[in-house]
Ligand binder design. Sequence first.
Ligand SMILES: [Zn+2]
Ligand SMILES: [Zn+2]
Length: 149
Amino acid sequence: MTDAGPSLRGRLKDDVFLRMAMELSRLGTCCRLKVGCVLLRPDGGIASGGYNGALPGMPHCTPETCGPGQRCLHTSHAEENALGFCDGPVGTAYVTDEPCLTCTRALVRRGIRRVVFLRPYASIGDQERVERNAILGHFGVQWVHLSLD
Ligand SMILES: [Zn+2]
Ligand SMILES: [Zn+2]
């Protein structure tokens, strides 16, 4: 029997958890962008999962609230929901889409060390990027853009 080694094993985990985040994103209710998130505890166990959606009982996004090139202000973001569904510290976040500044802050407050995402946040504003990168640098968060085969 061959030992796969930690790096192969780590890549397998990244692949599996990112795909789980993709599955969760199918439940997202924003008409512009459906986002999924899986959170791991610091010990690597699965802590939580979430997707973006309007608050319970509130109407979902419409083309008026969330048109192309418009940022979704209508939903709770996937990361926010996933954090809300678990207690205690988290270590790693797998998200289909690169987190915004607000979600980055929320993740960092819960101790996040590593964020793995599939699609870059292309329309991020300069100021938001500067603020977010300052936080990532300060806390030494690993920010990993991965693509799946
Ligand atoms: Zn929306
Ligand atoms: Zn966000």
